[in-house]
Ligand binder design. Sequence first.
Ligand code: PLP
Length: 444
Amino acid sequence: MMRSHLIKPILDEEYKQISHGSGVYLYDTDGKKYLDGSSGAVTCSIGHGVKEVINAMHDQAKKVSFVYRSQFTNEPAERLAEKLAQLAPGDLNWSFFVNSGSEATETAMKIAIQYWQEKGKHQKSKILSRWMSYHGITIGSLSLSGHTERRARFVPLLDANPVISPPYCYRCPFDRTYPGCQLKCATELETAINRIGSDHIAAFVVEPLVGAAGGAIVPPAGYYEKIRDICDRNQILLIADEVMTGIGRTGKMFAMEHWSVQPDIIALGKGLSAGYTPIAATLVSDSIIEPILTGSKLIMSGHTYSANPQSAAVALAVLTYIEKHSLVEASHSKGIFLLNELQQFKKKFTIVGDVRGKGLLIGIEFVSNTNTKLPFKKDCKVTNLVIKQAQINGLLIYPSTAGIEGVSGDAILVAPPLTITETEMNELIYLLYKTIKEVEDSLQ
Ligand code: PLP
């Protein structure tokens, strides 16, 4: 076999090569077919090979592929920003385009800090976040991320941004039960603010549903309303990292709409271009832009490929496709069916502890004992076993982690393209059932 020069996630592991994709399926160069059960990394939300997107890419490439943002604006980027302003809740009317989710959350950090500087509050520069979260891999966004494994090597470079526990009812960090808990997971934010001092804090960042670091954890009712109230009373901005949850994934265009809470800034990525080109965005409200507009007028950030016309044209075509095929509504209704079916796994398996989620973002948490919720030992590598066995069975699944800070846990995310049909969902359920059964048997 020819020596590879490509750095892959695990350097000495052999990876199959994908030759092409169509709809919810991918095909490798040996001809094996895979059902893309998690849209890659919860990204390819309209499936593979969509003609309208390919045509938009081709049409834009014929016009112009690159325009430098510091010299010119361009039509696709203008239209995409206008479209997002129409779709986004409230006065989130401004878009800053970047290339990855990490850049989108890091840009959100910078804009939040700049907002307070423009208002003369230079000390308000700290950004708070939660443990069990993932906001990206660049140093700034990793700093925000409460993901101990990904932080470990770089701790000396990272700020202590994560300060509070996740809203994780299955394993309540306070050993309480909803609603008697009185949402201590939310009021903990106020305790942290009082300790640090609101004069030093610019913003608090959340993933509406905890994705990669928790396995689709849905906060209890009233949580975000309380968080918004605490932020408002302490003059702290609320940033929603919708990189995974945005653009219909949870059955609403933006997941925060499940709670009627408007964040001040939203980070988008993944589903924005559904994987067809790299593009991400930081959406900013009128009230955050206003002091910058009347102040320095310059947001101190940007990348060579920011507002790239080719990527913007693709994202526009993806949004048009999503609207034309009512895929946000489809995510909601298909999500109800799939969650209901996967919840049956709790009765069928001794290793399935919890099944949760919203729309087509569903998490399955594995435990060694469903009564005590005891996680598997780290060296059992249960998530890995499930992912590998699924791939053998022709099903692609995205790994997640779960567990209270410091305790390793096993979880997966099931997040197929929003275009998945009922027959394909039944195939997914069958393949996942077969996979978990085989892994459960192998653990005995
Ligand atoms: N934020 C969230 C919620 C994510 O799930 C991810 C990626 O998984 C990121 C940010 C980082 O995005 P990217 O990998 O595009 O940099």
